[in-house]
Design a protein around this ligand. Structure first.
Ligand code: NAP
Length: 255
C-alpha cells in the first residue's frame, strides 16, 4: 500500500453509524471510495444512512449490531468481512451517555451499562475483527473516547471512567498489536452537535462553547470524521497509540 493517502476499496466497519459522528464517519469514508458497513442498534437508522450513502454514489451495507450482544457482534463482523471480501478498518464509535450521582439508586445500573457499551463493546468488536484485520495491508482501529477520557464532569463518573478506559485500551492494544502492523488510535471529541447533545438548547451550547473552547463553538460530526479518516490512511502507518482531542481547544484552554 505504501504511503498512499487513499482508502479507496478498503472495507470499513463503523459502530453506532445510525446517527451523529458514526453516520458522518460512514459518509466520509464512502465519499473517498471505501466500502462501508453501517452498523447500529437501530435498524431504521441503519437503513436511512445506507440509502444516503448509496444515493451519493458510495458503497454501503447495513447491519443491525448491538455492541453489547456478543453473538450478534461476531456474526455481523464475520458477515461484513465475507460481504466485502476484506475488513481493514474498524471504527468503534457506538455510545450512550449517563449523568448519575454516585449515591443515586440508578448509579450501579448506569455504571454497568456504560462500561458494557463503551468499553466492553469496543473489545467485542476488536476481538471479532482481529482475524480479518490480520489479513489486511492497512489494518486500522480507531476508538472514539471523549474529552471525558482526559478530564471529568460532575455526575458523569460512570461515563468518564469508561472513556478513560477507552484510552487505556487504545494504548494497551497499540503496544500488543504493533508487531503485526495493526495501528490502534483514539479520538477524544469535545462538544459536538449530534443526537447525544440534541437536548441541550442552542443558547446553552453557545454559552458553554464561548466559555470553554478556544474556537468558541460546538463542533460538527464531519469534523471528527475527517480526523478519524486521517488515522486510517495507509500513509498514517507509523501513528499508533495516539490520543487526539478534536475539541475546538477545550482541553488546552485555561481562561
Ligand atoms: P449519537 O448521535 O447518539 O450516536 C450514537 C449512536 O450509537 C446512536 O445511533 C445510538 O443508537 C448508537 N448506539 C447506542 N447504543 C448502542 C449499542 N449498544 N450498540 C450499537 N449502537 C449503539 O451520539 P454521538 O455523539 O455521535 O456519539 C458517538 C460517540 O462519540 C460516542 O462514543 C460518544 O460517547 C462519543 N462522544 C460524543 C460527544 C458529543 O459531544 N456528542 C463528545 C465526546 C464523545 P440510539 O440512538 O438508538 O441509542
Amino acid at each position: 500500500m505504501g504511503l498512499s493517502r487513499s482508502v479507496e476499496g478498503l472495507g470499513v466497519l463503523v459502530t453506532g453509524a445510525g446517527s451523529g459522528m458514526g453516520r458522518a464517519t460512514a459518509k466520509v469514508f464512502a465519499e473517498v471510495g471505501a466500502s462501508v458497513a453501517v452498523t447500529d442498534i437501530d435498524g431504521d437508522a441503519v437503513e436511512a444512512v445506507v440509502q444516503e450513502v448509496v444515493r451519493d454514489g458510495g458503497v454501503a451495507s447495513g447491519w443491525v449490531m448491538d455492541v453489547s450482544d456478543q453473538n450478534q457482534v461476531e456474526k455481523v463482523v464475520d458477515g461484513v468481512a465475507a460481504k466485502f471480501g476484506q475488513l481493514d478498518i474498524v471504527i468503534n464509535n457506538a455510545g450512550i451517555s449517563k449523568f448519575v450521582a454516585i449515591d443515586s439508586n440508578e448509579y450501579l445500573d448506569a455504571w454497568t451499562t456504560c462500561l458494557d457499551v463503551l468499553v466492553t463493546g469496543q473489545i467485542r468488536v476488536i476481538r471479532a475483527a482481529l482475524p480479518h484485520l490480520r489479513q489486511s495491508d492497512c489494518a486500522r482501529i480507531v476508538n472514539i473516547a471523549s474529552t471525558e477520557g482526559l478530564g471529568a464532569t460532575k455526575f458523569a463518573s460512570a461515563y468518564t471512567t469508561a472513556k478513560h478506559g477507552v484510552i487505556g485500551l487504545t494504548r494497551s492494544l497499540a503496544v500488543e498489536l504493533g508487531g503485526e502492523a495493526i495501528t490502534v488510535n483514539c479520538i477524544c471529541p469535545g462538544p459536538i452537535n449530534t443526537g447525544m447533545t440534541a437536548s441541550i438548547s442552542d443558547a446553552d451550547k453557545a454559552v458553554f462553547a464561548r466559555r470553554r473552547t478556544a474556537l468558541g463553538r460546538y463542533g460538527e460530526p464531519e469534523e471528527v470524521a475527517h480526523a478519524t479518516l486521517n488515522f486510517c490512511l495507509p500513509a498514517s502507518r507509523y501513528i499508533t497509540g495516539a490520543v487526539l482531542p478534536v475539541d475546538g481547544g477545550l482541553t488546552i484552554k485555561n481562561a
